[in-house]
Design a protein around this ligand. Sequence first.
Ligand code: HEC
Ligand SMILES: [Cu+2]
Length: 489
Amino acid sequence: MKTKSITKLLFAIPMLALISCGGGEKKSLKAKKHKVNPVTIEVKGEMDAELTAPPFVPASVGNRPAKKLNVNMEILEEVGEMTDGVKYVYWTFGGSVPGSFIRTRVGDEVEFHLKNHPDNKLPHNIDLHAVTGPGGGATSSFVAPGHETVFSFKVLNPGLYVYHCATAPVGMHIANGMYGLILVEPEGGLPKVDKEYYVMQGDFYTKGEHGKPGLQPFDMQKAVDEDADYVVFNGKVGALTGDNALTANVGETVRLFIGNGGPNLVSSFHVIGEIFDRVNVEGGSLVNEDVQTTLVPAGGAAIVEFKVDVPGTFILVDHSIFRAFNKGALGMLKVKGDDQKALYSGTIQEGIYNPEGGTIQEIPVAEKAVVKKGKLSKKEQIANGKQLYTQTCFACHQATGDGIPNAFPPLAKSDYLNADVNRAIDIVIHGKTGEITVNGKKYNSIMTKQSLNDAEIADVLTYVYNVWGNNKTVVTEKMVKARRSGGGH
Ligand code: HEC
Ligand SMILES: [Cu+2]
């Protein structure tokens, strides 16, 4: 250890000298590349940003001057389809995974309005990698359901950047789909191409194995273990296949804005049958040419460009290839036009690559609707409550009721829960803030008010009290009604 640090020191001295005299030169190079110092670019006028859902991107900036750019982004938590018969609760920026594409230019002053829909269950925020400032905006944008926050930033560096939610537990918010791309074009805009598309990879972790039907809750342990059930482009299996395939015509130039939200896996992005003429490596200013596969880190991006010379179906994959054929990381680009025999002799058959791969597809079984009116037996209340729990509470308290250390308290064997049923009812009716101690551990966080009616609160709490070693209390609608009409607060 000691000798190592001495050698380090010896090397550090001449290195320091090098850095200090090279520093000025580096700066001027950068200024030259950006032509003008972005900090001093004046904004002329104001406009609302066009936002698009994938795989589409807003119109290019062209040579418009820098402006004050208003971005209105709404966070929505909603059930979507991961693959046939498999449902998942996605948390989204703008209602899609990945979130809405934002297109800016160097020098723009972005005024970011982040709205958290009142029907949402959780607080969120946003960290944009294109922001120079603490947390990339995260520290200024924390927003509870039914609220809006506003912050602004000046766009300084050109490139393609990831944005994501950074609310604890961060990994979980990203794993549920809270990421997207923001493009910063240089002065004068990017060179013109014929087609532009937005493709972003993400890995998903579900309680059930790949293909297991029904509403699948997020699985924290699998996420920690990096054991993904789904690795997909644009939020679901098949988002870019069949009728959803990207399209182009022979002879056109195509630009793909590729992002990787992770949360865990690095993408080896490849298009089968194409060579990237140009790649903006890692989404930055370095351009590589004639590339077969480009690495897109988690929380990173790349811009790839190529001309399509022959017709056929070209397959987009993560070349960690089991992910493509067994976990969903597969898309298609369909190129129409006349055969170009001089370039490629054969016909490219469609369907050579089965998007479902080798996995056995189970026939989805519809979830039983157990919503029954009138007085329910204890068993029925528990069944009903279990469904409500998977829709409402599991996001924070987890499917196992174990919660998440330092963020969400456990409901399993919770001394706090078992000590006082009226207090538990009040918490579900009104939400909870302030410090509490559960099983000897302190929590000081926010539980948002749950929008459930009295019968639903009775059922969900009856379920909670009758699993995971709790004290088997039965909560009735009458008890909840009594608390709501002044019993508690
Ligand atoms: C937005 C995340 C979130 C959701 C959704 C949520 N909770 Fe909570 N819950 C919390 C947090 C955070 C606390 C601790 C609050 C504090 O620190 O004051 C808590 C505390 C509790 C407590 C008391 C502490 C304990 O562990 O016994 C109960 C009971 C409870 N929640 C039940 C529920 C039920 C039932 C649902 C679904 C109807 C639910 N919660 C939905 C975040 C959530
Ligand atoms: Cu979030």
